[in-house]
Structure formats: structure tokens, C-alpha cells
Ligand binder design. Structure first.
Ligand code: ADP
Ligand code: MG
Length: 387
């Protein structure tokens, strides 16, 4: 049997998947355009998204922001105009139609807002259908397996009914059982609770939570802010772009429209292990937010050599004190010696414009300015080499 996918397990010694991707799901520089009567419309603008094995990710955003288009890239229902979609050891964007259908059937369970059960098949037959298509289970095992899945979603007693004889919430449970038919490592759901009342939505969501506990990776589009708060990560998409989550945290008072605008201007940048981002004494021209990895704050002394005065990680930032208080960098900032760092960089003008609207940030800058000055003085007074 052909396998395009080693389920969830990284096979290579370096811990990466086959194409060098480190996460189970990786969208790299994905752009999707549609040709319409009015011209070319860009629904996804350079999307980079990484999802780890076992994560429960909610995709949120206004209607028309590109959520469905985005998850159709993950399932291979639609193809990117440019960019890469890696799922485990598979380059999804490179599969032909036949390979794609087989790969999807085995590896991705898809759940839709309107259930999309086949009306002429019974509940249990609907659940067996993906097994018949992918041939992963022997024909005589299939009904038993479908019944077990229906038990898991508490629909076993309705197995022989037609979908139309069951409620919306029940149909969605059947759709989830169907999505689990071939025991895929990944479930993708497009507004699965969008057509359900809140109590039924809650029970469907709890079912998802238990599946994540059992090791599934779930990517779910939702409008429901309360549900979105209960997943391991929320990805906000607006106008075809992912809003950098750390930007939203550093500037909590910005509106979504402002965040989109800033997100458009920035480009995450990588510095390799040990690379110096700012030299002590140099003019600071940018504001940096760490989104991955870390940095060390280092000062150099003639007598003792370098001293590491602080380390910073994701969500922390630097450059703001110099940009707002003037002056040169009081220390060198270098990328973590083992992992390097990925940062978002804002130019001076953009940063000042945003900072002007954020009194929390300005207050914290004033505090940090004082703390840093003190830290540096203390560190310079020490006669030990800690570098
Ligand atoms: P969401 O799921 O967030 O509501 P979609 O991903 O469905 O948004 O759509 C994003 C944008 O792309 C919308 O403006 C929509 O009109 C447009 N779009 C989606 N599919 C097509 C298509 N096949 N042809 C043209 N435009 C499309
Ligand atoms: Mg949609």
C-alpha cells in the first residue's frame, strides 16, 4: 500500500519532516488568488502558518476574511496559487488529483457546517463510506468499526436511520464519526457549530476536546469567541492575512483594522544562532518583537569580557526604550546561541505611531528604561565573566 504520510511521526534523525518542515502542518508563503469578473482577487496574502502535532487551533475572523480558503489549502480541497503546503511528510501542493483524494481520505477528517451526509445512505453507511473509499480496513471489519465510532459520538442507536430522521446536532455527530472513519491524525472543521444551537454546539465542541486528548490535531474555523478561547491557540485572519498574535499583545489597544494594516507592513525576520542584531553603542532604528527563539542582552567590558545581562523570549521586545527615549543601544542584542531567533521588526515611524496610541506601552517603556539603566550599571560593576 502506498503511504504518502507517516502518521504524526518524524522519521528523520534531525527531527524534521521530509521537506525540512518542523511542524505537522506548515503553510509557507501561501498566496491564493481568484479570477473574477471584476479582476483578480487575492483571498490569501502570503500566509505562513505552523501547527504542531496535537494542537487544537481555532481560526477566527470576519465573514469573507479567507478562513475557508485557508483551511481548503490544508485539506487540499483547493490549491495555492503560489507557496507550499506541507503536512507531515507530504507536499500537498504537489499531489495530483488521484493522490490527493487518497491522501486526504487517510489523513484528514473533514467536518462541514452543513454536515453534508449523503441523504440516501443510512447513518452507519455514511460512516463506512470513507473506509470503502480508502481500503484501510478489511470489508468485514468496516461495519463494526463504524458502529464503534457511532458509539463514541453517542449515535449508535440511530445507526440504521436516514440522516433526515435525525436532528442537526445528531447529524454533526455522525459527520464527526465519518471524519474519524480512517483514523486520520488531523481533523479540519469549517464552522462545525455554526448551524447548531449553543447547547448542541457545546457538546460537539466537547467531543473535539476529547479527540485532542486522544492525540488528534484539530484545526477549526469558528465564529464563536467563547469556544475560540478554549482551544490551545487562536489564529486571527483578517483580509486574507494572519494577524501577528504578538503584535496584538504588545499593542492591546489597537483595533483589528489597525493590526491588519501593521501586519501588512511587517515581515518576520530570522537571525541565526549567535548573530548580532544590535551592537552596543549603535543607533537603534527599529522596534523588535520576538516571535520565536530568543535573544541575549550582552554588554562588553574591557576587563572582564562580555556579560550576559538578560535573556528574552517570545512575546518580549526590544528597541523601544531607545526609540522613545533617544540614545544609542546600551547593550548588544544577539540571537540565542542554540536556536537563533525570529523577530517582527517595525520601523521607527510605525512604532512611534502605534506607541502614541498605547499608554500601557509607554508606561512600560518608562519603567523598563529605568530598570535597564539600573541593570546595566549593576552588571558593569561586577568583575565576573558570565558570557
Ligand atoms: P470566510 O470563510 O472567512 O468567510 P472565504 O475564504 O470563503 O471567507 O472567502 C474569502 C474571500 O474570497 C471572499 O471575499 C470570497 O468572496 C472570495 N472567494 C472565495 N471563493 C471564491 C471563488 N471561488 N471565486 C472568487 N472569489 C472567491
Ligand atoms: Mg467560510
Amino acid at each position: 500500500m502506498l503511504r504518502w504520510f507517516q502518521r504524526g511521526k518524524k522519521q528523520r534523525a534531525d527531527g524534521l519532516y521530509r521537506y525540512g518542515n518542523e511542524r505537522l502542518i506548515e503553510l509557507q508563503d501561501v498566496i491564493k488568488t481568484y479570477d473574477t469578473a471584476a479582476g483578480t482577487f487575492t483571498a490569501l496574502k502570503n500566509i505562513n502558518l505552523k501547527v504542531d502535532d496535537g494542537e487544537f487551533v481555532a481560526i477566527v475572523g470576519k465573514s469573507g476574511s479567507g478562513k475557508s480558503t485557508l483551511i481548503n489549502m490544508v485539506t487540499g480541497i483547493d490549491r495555492p496559487t503560489s507557496g507550499h503546503v506541507f503536512i507531515g511528510d507530504t507536499a500537498v501542493h504537489e499531489l495530483n488529483e488521484g493522490q490527493l483524494a487518497q491522501w486526504r481520505g487517510r489523513n484528514i477528517g473533514i467536518i462541514f457546517q452543513f454536515f453534508q451526509l449523503l441523504p440516501t445512505l443510512t447513518v452507519v453507511e455514511n460512516v463506512m463510506l470513507p473506509m470503502d473509499f480508502c481500503n484501510m480496513y478489511a470489508p468485514r471489519e468496516r461495519r463494526d468499526r463504524a458502529m464503534k465510532l457511532l458509539e463514541q459520538v453517542e449515535m449508535a442507536e440511530h445507526a440504521d436511520k436516514l440522516p433526515s430522521a435525525t436532528s442537526g446536532g445528531q447529524q454533526q455527530r455522525v459527520a464527526i464519526a465519518r471524519a474519524l472513519a480512517n483514523d486520520p491524525p488531523i481533523l479540519v472543521a469549517d464552522e462545525p457549530t455554526g448551524n447548531l444551537d449553543s447547547r448542541t454546539a457545546e457538546s460537539v465542541f466537547e467531543l473535539f476536546e476529547s479527540l485532542v486528548e486522544q492525540g488528534k490535531t484539530i484545526v477549526m474555523v469558528t465564529h464563536d469567541q467563547d469556544l475560540a478561547k478554549r482551544v490551545s491557540r487562536t489564529v486571527v485572519i483578517a483580509d486574507g492575512q494572519i494577524i501577528e498574535q504578538y503584535l496584538a499583545r504588545v499593542f492591546p489597544s489597537l483595533s483589528e483594522a489597525q493590526l491588519v494594516e501593521v501586519t501588512r507592513e511587517i515581515e518576520p525576520r530570522k537571525y541565526s544562532a549567535g548573530e548580532v542584531i544590535l551592537h552596543e553603542g549603535s543607533t537603534v532604528e527599529k522596534f523588535y518583537i520576538i516571535i520565536k527563539g530568543g535573544v541575549q542582552v550582552v554588554i562588553d567590558q574591557p576587563q572582564t569580557g562580555e556579560i550576559v545581562v538578560a535573556s528574552m523570549g517570545p512575546g518580549q521586545y526590544f528597541g523601544e526604550v531607545e526609540l522613545l527615549h533617544g540614545g544609542h543601544s546600551i547593550a548588544s542584542i544577539r540571537a540565542d546561541l542554540h536556536h537563533g531567533v525570529e523577530v517582527v521588526e517595525l520601523d521607527d515611524d510605525t512604532f512611534k505611531r502605534l506607541a502614541a496610541q498605547s499608554s500601557e506601552l509607554r508606561a512600560s517603556v518608562d519603567r523598563t528604561a529605568h530598570e535597564r539603566a539600573r541593570e546595566n550599571l549593576t552588571a558593569r560593576g561586577r568583575k565576573v565573566h558570565r558570557g
